[in-house]
Structure formats: structure tokens, C-alpha cells
Design a protein around this ligand. Structure first.
Ligand code: ZN
Length: 265
């Protein structure tokens, strides 16, 4: 099976791929957010899944995260780039910044967090993002900021001012609603995964104003689509060989109790 690079992102990314071809994939976890689009980007073959589906039909707490990762893996994907929109919690970041986070705080509470439904499989997750994919993203644009903890909330509402200040005081740099359980599910599927966060606004507790509005988020994402596209193109062409990465080797010798497509027993 030819190796594909996976991208999970906003629907604006459809237009990036040359010779796009739609693939409908069914999974043991239901349908992914939408049909996957396979095409060429930066000299590599890429499989793209729009995280929220056509017309943004799945809000963050309803995204079929398990089906999305399983579907990518079943097409031959081993490395995933996951652009997302985030709020800033720390004044180290400002709207318009691109950040490759290196830590995650999962504050979601009502999502299916794992493929594990039986048996003793405990994912090593101290460092939630793939070092190789993170490095390729950072090297693709000298303006991208390295590191920071991304707090993931259940949503779909934004934080109160007190919640936001609490997350900031606890050391959070960024806040969003989709980074979990996506990153953990990727690793359970033995996929290399890294996030590329675009800061669209400062979260409620980090500024004195009225707090976040959806229009602000969408406008900033549109304004940065071109920079984001160029960055992804360069990162995809510079990705290292995933063979031997700890994102996959953690499961060597582990009796996984869930299906991992293409896995060699
Ligand atoms: Zn990796």
C-alpha cells in the first residue's frame, strides 16, 4: 500500500490538492466526518479529511474522531498533520501566530476517548505529539513558534473569564475544542501526529474585552489560509520516514484489543 500523508483540517484545504479524488470510507466506528480527498501536495500523496465535515456539520463535541483516524490509517496514512484554530491563553502568543504545541491538557468530558474497549492497553502519552512531524512543521516556516500546552475544552461554548484565567494560571498557552481525543486516538492507531495551531483570538480571561466571537475566528483563519497552505506544502515534502518512530513502536509486543488497519501482527 502506497504511503499517504494525512491532513485533518478545515474545509478550505480541499483546494490545495492537485488531481483531487474522493474516497468514501466506512469504519467499525461509523462514517468519518466526510468523504476523504486524496491528491498531490508538495510532491507527496495526501489524504485529507475535513474535521467538521461539509458545511461544518459536526460541532467539536460531535466530530467522529475515531472514524476519522481509522479511515486515514486504512488508506495507508502513517503521519498526520492537524491544523486547528486556537485561542491564546498566554501573552506569549498573539492573534495571527502559528504554534506547534508540545503538550496537551485534555479537559473534554463527554467524548469517546479511546479505541480500547477491553483488555489492558495503556497508551504512553507523556509527549503527545510526534517529534519528527513537529520538527517538519517548525522547519517549514521560521515564524512558527515552538512549544506550549494546548488546553482542550468540551465546548461548543467558549470559556468563561474565570475558566480561562484558571487554565492560564495552570500553565496553558493555547485553548481549543478539537485537539482531544484526536491526538491520543492517532497514537492508539500507531500514527505519527502533530498539531499546527493558528491563534485566532485571545481567550476571554486573557483580555479585558467582550471575549471571543465566531466571526473573529473565521476571519482570521481566512486571512492566514495562504500562509498555512505554503507551510503545509513544505512540511509535507520534508516529513521524515515514520519507520521506527515511537508513535508506532510503543505498541510492538502489545496485544492491542482493537483493529489497526494494515498493522502487521
Ligand atoms: Zn512519530
Amino acid at each position: 500500500m502506497a504511503e499517504l500523508i494525512g491532513v485533518i483540517g478545515g474545509s478550505g484545504f480541499y483546494s490545495l490538492l492537485d488531481e483531487p479524488e474522493q474516497r468514501s470510507v466506512e469504519t467499525p466506528y461509523g462514517s468519518p466526518s466526510d468523504a476523504l480527498t486524496v491528491g498531490a501536495l508538495g510532491g507527496r500523496d495526501v489524504a485529507f479529511v475535513p474535521r467538521h465535515g461539509a458545511g461544518h456539520r459536526y460541532p467539536p463535541h460531535r466530530v467522529p474522531y475515531r472514524a476519522n483516524l481509522w479511515a486515514l490509517r486504512s488508506l495507508g496514512v502513517r503521519q498526520v498533520l492537524a491544523p486547528c484554530a486556537v485561542g491564546g491563553l498566554s501573552h506569549d502568543v498573539a492573534p495571527g501566530d502559528l504554534v506547534v504545541p508540545d503538550q496537551l491538557v485534555d479537559r473534554t468530558s463527554r467524548r469517546v476517548p479511546s479505541y480500547v474497549e477491553t483488555g489492558a492497553v495503556h497508551l504512553p502519552f507523556a509527549d503527545p505529539y510526534c517529534p519528527g512531524v513537529s520538527q517538519a512543521l517548525l522547519a517549514a516556516d521560521p515564524g512558527v513558534r515552538a512549544g506550549g500546552a494546548m488546553v482542550v475544552i468540551e465546548g461548543p461554548r467558549f470559556s468563561t473569564r474565570a475558566e480561562s484565567q484558571w487554565y492560564a494560571a495552570a500553565g496553558g498557552t493555547l485553548i481549543n475544542m478539537t485537539g482531544a481525543p484526536e491526538a491520543a486516538l492517532a497514537r492508539e492507531q500507531r500514527l505519527c501526529y502533530a498539531s499546527l495551531a493558528l491563534v485566532t483570538d485571545m481567550d476571554a480571561g486573557a483580555e479585558a474585552g467582550a471575549g471571543v466571537g465566531m466571526e473573529q475566528v473565521v476571519a482570521l483563519f481566512r486571512a492566514n489560509l495562504e500562509r498555512l497552505s505554503g507551510l503545509l506544502r513544505r512540511a509535507v515534502s520534508a516529513l521524515p520516514d515514520p519507520a521506527g518512530c515511537s508513535c508506532s513502536t510503543w505498541a510492538d509486543g502489545v496485544d492491542l484489543t482493537y483493529p489497526v488497519p494494515g498493522d502487521t501482527p
